[in-house]
Design a binder for this molecule. Sequence first.
Ligand code: HEM
Length: 474
Amino acid sequence: SRTEKLLRKLPSPPFKLPIIGHLHLIGSLPHHSLRDLAKRHGPDVMLLRLGAVPTLVVSSPRAAKAVLRTHDHVFASRPHSAVADVLFYGCTDVGFAPYGEYWRQARKVITTHLLTAAKVRSNRAAREQEVQLVLAKVTAAAAMGIAVDVSELFSFFANDIVCQAVTGRLPREQGRNQLFRELLETNAKLLGGFNLDDYFPSLARLDLVSAKAVKHRKIWDDLLDSLIDKHKTKPVDGEDEEDFIDVLLSVQQEYGLTRDNVKAILMDMFEAGTDTTYIALDYAMAELMRNPKVMTKLQAEVRGCATKGKELVTEQDLSGMSYLTAVMKESMRLHAPGPLLIPHLSMAEWEVEGYTIPSGTRVIVNAWALGRDSTYWENAEEFMPERFMEEAVDAASDFQGNDFRFLPFGSGRRMCPGINFTTATFEIILANLIYHFNWELLPGSTGVDMSESYGMDVHRKEKLLLIPRMAQDV
Ligand code: HEM
């Protein structure tokens, strides 16, 4: 067929097996495998046959710019996923929705009503309250001289922040945050990794995997239904900031959203916002512990910008902390929580880098490889936030998808809409933990284990256990 002819012209590793194609070349850390394969067989673009699915792997800034910016209108769809179809009410969320009018409207709802800079700012008091709860826990541990599981601390914090923003004050009072955590863990298991059913769509049609997803979705469904009903009947309280459910219900008619659409979008907020934020924080703290000079410099900045004796470093104090932002960027350069973004799908036959890519080709952008490529970064493997400070060449690089060497949030139409939310959450908690405490590794520890585990996202395998000491000089 024409598609086959076009695919054969693309650079591709030779070791293809019947039925599974190149799947056997993908190890337990696919972002590493894809980088290594691309180096040898297609540094810009490379075709892999993953089971029955032709997949274009994009590994250079030029090729990434071609698919995410120049020809974004062609590559902005998502491949079908049987599991996501069940979980997200026929993919009527934002992240998994195919490109088209529904996706455009759903994305507009979240970008103009839920995740704007103004909306994120308006949630400041709630965020600061969550930070205070964390500080109380760490202060208690410091008083007793015991270690804190910082990974778990960040995971709970991110979950609580997202729960608070989405559902308001209800869940914590009723112990629901824990339930959300558990539900998200199962989501990650169902959706995560290199799923066989994604690469053998005929298997998925047999409903082997979907059965589990159906059962799991039912639990989500009951929970979201009860939250929506409670929001519909809750008394209007001038004190409370509107949460995402309030906002979605208020614009539901205007955007023509069904109740299932609302639930799918709510679930997306949990799914997309929670683990990514926790992973980003965990990696940043791990890198700070591995790089004491950076930690000292950050401490000096945070303690210098916030006045002495503060109970809480506030969002106002953050504005002068450019090194803190550089730490965040540098950490995400090395450890993008979504190293392969979310797969894209071509909607028409299109030319990229001199090759014609057939319609219906799955496209993976290896953002992790781009961030570590020594062709584009000096001392690429080193944690050096200075590269993002004013005097350095990379300082102008931002998260907004304009620098195609640095795409932790993607770029173009499908780019992450949660950057404001993430930055606000990340900076306030890290600044406070650095301001109030000095952090130590456990006695006898030889360092921080950076081994990775690949699932829905990539995170560190081992817990980060650290001993907090109250800082005396702040
Ligand atoms: C460290 C934090 C985060 C990282 C690293 C991150 C990263 C990403 C990436 C890589 C994508 C896919 C881009 C693409 O396919 O080209 C994405 C999509 C998305 N993210 Fe985030 N994200 C983060 C936080 C958040 C938060 C806090 C929210 C919302 C509360 C959010 C909501 C979304 C949504 C809805 C999409 C789908 C966009 C679409 O398909 O149109 N993300 N994110």
